[in-house]
Design a protein around this ligand. Structure first.
Ligand code: NAG
Ligand code: NAG
Ligand code: NAG
Ligand code: NAG
Ligand code: NAG
Ligand code: NAG
Ligand code: NAG
Ligand code: NAG
Ligand code: NAG
Ligand code: NAG
Ligand code: NAG
Ligand code: NAG
Length: 331
């Protein structure tokens, strides 16, 4: 009797070990907001949360509003409208133990060129493969810097205010007093003092212009999201420079233009890359599903039926192997 019992024990531990080795992420830490790495994800989809796809429209109005006082700076740009459009992903992710300050969500708004191939983004295996360092990223707003491993604490670039609610939609806002995002909006438009077309780069304003004598208000960001859509806007002022190319070097002219800026993102939920946003809580909360086989809409999901039939085949194979081994041993 002893032989078959111990063979069965070996069989079960073997079948168990095979499943673990194939799928489990031994480094997964549920106390952090990093997803298990047993699903194929890039540096854009690294965190537990909701992801929204859409487009961002940027409208720049040189010398409009309070900036009209400065229209003598670059008269050629006055009364023009500059528009840009970007492919966009908005990541609204769960804050983690490394975040400091009040932070109902970590929001990462990333603006990419039209037609950008999101599959080309790498899984971050080294510090130079992070989202922030991707050369295709044209502009981004990070409520705190994207973090891929825990090294001390991560400060907020701006703090959200969450409007009181019992459930989604959530409505958040902030004023960007110390943060101007990453990157800028580039456009070929008329030069400051001539008739030629030159490249300009425009930046949201929040750096302190008091020293230069310009005094324009900080940008205000608004965000609303629920289980289906997310809308984000940034309204304020910009500062712009002509791009100067000398040989292979790119710099900025001293010439600057100022004006009103409006950025608008409308996005729809990317369920493939999203965990489940709970619809009954007064602050954003997620049930983790990506990597856990409990949401058929997710990346990496394989149906339970096919998963268990694979396991079943393995078990039967192992059983036959072990039983024949056991019988040949007895014989
Ligand atoms: C992926 O890893 C996590 C954490 O170890 C585990 O809970 C989950 O079951 C794994 N996913 C699959 C498909 O096995
Ligand atoms: C822009 O419009 C303002 C007000 O309408 C006008 O005074 C100004 O001359 C215009 N500037 C240019 C460069 O057209
Ligand atoms: C965000 O809030 C924290 C905690 O109140 C504060 O220390 C920090 O200065 C704030 N950050 C900004 C950018 O306002
Ligand atoms: C997108 O990038 C992936 C990974 O680099 C590549 O395999 C695929 O062919 C690209 N798709 C297009 C349409 O270029
Ligand atoms: C948030 O609450 C404030 C104050 O009650 C209100 O003025 C504002 O419209 C609300 N924002 C949104 C987007 O609902
Ligand atoms: C501006 O024009 C130059 C020369 O044609 C081009 O290389 C550059 O990509 C353009 N910039 C933008 C933002 O379209
Ligand atoms: C315009 O300004 C640039 C940079 O200040 C200068 O190099 C250029 O000669 C000026 N062009 C005209 C037409 O004044
Ligand atoms: C900028 O100047 C205005 C008015 O001169 C002043 O109220 C404000 O505090 C200054 N801001 C900073 C950041 O110094
Ligand atoms: C976002 O904007 C769209 C279009 O205006 C609207 O249908 C949707 O309800 C908005 N979403 C939220 C969460 O407010
Ligand atoms: C959102 O974009 C990602 C990246 O291109 C893509 O994999 C996903 O299928 C898209 N989802 C929706 C709902 O558009
Ligand atoms: C809330 O979520 C549950 C579970 O995902 C779903 O059954 C229910 O219909 C949702 N309710 C609303 C109002 O969206
Ligand atoms: C899916 O499984 C994970 C891990 O067991 C769990 O934390 C999560 O709440 C589950 N999600 C749902 C929607 O039940």
């Amino acid at each position: 009797m002893r032989g078959p019992v111990s063979t069965q024990a070996v069989l079960f531990s073997l079948a168990f070990a095979v499943t673990i080795a194939a799928k489990d992420d031994p480094d997964y830490n549920p106390a952090l907001n990093f997803r298990p790495d047993n699903v194929t994800l890039s540096n854009l989809y690294y965190w537990v949360g909701s992801y929204y796809n859409g487009t961002t429209d940027v409208e720049l109005l040189p010398y409009a509003g309070l900036a009209s006082t400065y229209r003598s700076l670059c008269p050629n740009l006055a009364n023009t409208t500059i528009t840009k459009q970007y492919e966009t992903v908005l990541a609204l992710t769960e804050p983690s133990t490394y975040n400091t300050g009040y932070d109902p969500v970590n929001a990462f708004l990333t603006l990419w060129p039209p037609g950008f191939n999101f599959s080309s983004l790498p899984y971050p295996t080294s510090s130079d493969e992070t989202l922030e360092l991707d050369s295709s990223l044209e502009f981004a707003l990070f409520s705190s810097d994207p973090t891929y491993w825990v090294e001390g604490s991560v400060e907020n670039n701006f703090n959200w205010t969450l409007n009181a609610t019992q459930s989604p939609p959530y409505s958040l806002s902030s004023t960007l007093t110390e943060y101007d995002g990453q990157g800028g909006f580039s456009s070929n438009v008329t030069s400051c003092n001539g008739t030629d077309t030159v490249e300009w780069t425009f930046y949201p304003l929040p750096w302190n212009l008091n020293g230069t004598g310009y005094n324009l208000p900080d940008p205000v960001i608004d965000l609303e999201f629920d289980v289906k859509t997310a809308n984000l806007s940034l309204e304020g002022y910009f500062i712009g420079y002509e791009v100067v190319k000398e040989g292979s070097k790119t710099g900025s002219s001293m010439v600057l233009a100022v004006g009103k800026l409006k950025l608008t993102f409308l996005g729809v939920l990317d369920a493939y890359h999203s965990d489940v946003l709970v619809n009954t809580t007064d602050t954003p909360t997620w049930l983790r599903t990506v990597g856990f086989q409990n949401n058929s809409l997710n990346v990496g999901y394989t149906s339970v039926a096919s998963g268990s039939s694979v396991l079943g085949a393995l078990a039967i194979g192992a059983w036959i192997f072990l039983m024949s081994a056991a019988f040949s041993f007895c014989a």
